[in-house]
Design a protein around this ligand. Structure first.
Ligand SMILES: Cc1cc2nc3c(=O)[nH]c(=O)nc-3n(C[C@H](O)[C@H](O)[C@H](O)COP(=O)(O)OP(=O)(O)OC[C@H]3O[C@@H](n4cnc5c(N)ncnc54)[C@H](O)[C@@H]3O)c2cc1C
Length: 338
């Protein structure tokens, strides 16, 4: 039996896969040449894992990205007919749903093939790519776009671990800690700080480990990636001594860290993300072009393969709807045939 073949395949339909689809259609690529895979098709991690978190990006940034697709975007985007103020930081679920509504409308009108299945492996040799999924396989004759998202980085400590997405949801976190627990949180940036607030509200003894020169780096002090909005308010309160269940521990003090870990019953890691692994794909990529270095015709975008900004010696990854869009727009003209 001959295998279905598509010129463009998109692996993952989170925010990055959605923006990518909108961009391809916008540039005149026929929907019939595109195939998208996602194991859930629910809108990606912002919809399924982090919805309750208040974002650190104001609503106008989401709107600015989506208004570029007027034929598909909703009235709340086009006319600003929305319950959110332009400078308001909305729950992450609102960003996910605005983006998903726009992308779904484009899907419905463009005859794109949708495969709801887990991609198990990609076999690539020269420019040929075969995508093996739970129910069969598909031949990609042109470009494969990897937008499969990322998973939390972990330190391999032999201690019970509460996943970050659970720790970010107060109701779920409450199910996984008891008053007898002592929890150590690694990382004190945006997500880590929110987790510290939830643990304080539950009155759980907590250690917070930071590997920066100070416990918190603030955007208001000019730090490129510094915390802002709700996280900055929490950090101010911690530094003012309001968190009576919390002890801050510098990573650079091994003895203090060792003593804290002796008392620790559970850990939470908020130390960044790494791309999800797909068998057969090497995730090393060039942030300038988005190209996966070991493969011909394979490109990555989104939180797994973000653009990078250099500030002096330091490299920062750019992670937001708007920066994913900017990166995709910068790279696509060099990827697509004229
Ligand atoms: C706590 C938190 C808060 C954030 N807040 C904001 C914010 O306020 N504003 C903002 O712009 N960004 C925010 N981000 C960053 C970023 O926008 C999100 O992480 C976003 O979800 C990344 O989108 P993505 O499309 O790259 O990946 P994902 O959303 O993870 O999408 C990947 C998709 O691929 C699918 N997939 C993965 N593997 C397979 C497979 N093998 N087979 C089939 N399908 C697969 C998944 O089902 C998923 O739908 C936040 C991130 C976090 C963690």
């Amino acid at each position: 039996m001959s295998q279905p073949a598509y010129k463009y395949c998109i692996l993952g339909f989170g925010i990055a896969g959605q923006i990518l689809l909108l961009e391809l259609l916008q540039r005149g690529i026929p929907g019939t040449e595109i195939c998208i895979f996602d194991e859930y098709f629910l809108g990606g991690a912002l919809a399924t894992h982090y919805g309750t978190v208040i974002s650190n990006t104001p609503w106008w940034k989401t709107r600015k990205a989506l208004i570029e697709y007027p034929q598909w975007s909703s009235a709340e985007i086009q006319e600003g007919d929305c319950k959110f103020q332009s400078d308001q930081c909305t729950p992450v679920a609102a960003i996910a749903s605005a983006c998903f509504r726009t992308a779904k409308k484009a899907l419905n009108f463009s005859k794109v093939t949708v495969i709801t299945a887990q991609v198990l492996a990609v076999h690539s040799a020269d420019s040929e790519k075969q995508i093996q999924h739970s129910y069969g396989s598909v031949h990609c004759t042109g470009i494969l776009f990897c937008t499969q998202g990322a998973e939390e980085k972990q330190l391999d400590l032999p201690l019970p671990t509460i996943p970050l997405w659970i720790a970010l949801n107060p109701a779920l976190l409450a199910q996984h800690v008891t008053p007898d627990d002592t929890v150590t949180v690694f990382g004190t940036a945006h997500s880590g700080t929110i987790v510290l607030k939830h643990l304080q509200e539950l009155q759980i003894q907590t250690f917070a480990v930071y590997n920066t020169p100070k416990p918190f780096l603030f955007a208001r002090d000019g730090e490129y990636d510094g915390i802002k909005e709700g996280s900055a308010v929490i950090a101010d309160s911690i530094l003012a001594g309001d968190y009576n269940h919390l002890t801050l521990i510098p990573w650079a003090e091994p003895l203090q860290l060792y003593k804290a870990l002796q008392k620790t019953t559970k850990v939470i890691y908020s130390v960044g993300f790494k791309p999800r692994k797909i068998q057969g794909l090497d995730n090393q990529y060039d942030p300038e072009s988005g190209r996966l270095l070991a493969h011909e015709g394979v490109y990555g975008f989104g939180i797994a393969f973000p653009g990078v900004t250099l500030q002096g010696e330091k490299k920062y990854t750019d992670v937001s709807v708007l920066s994913f869009q900017e990166q995709i727009r910068r790279c696509l003209p060099k990827i697509l045939p004229l």
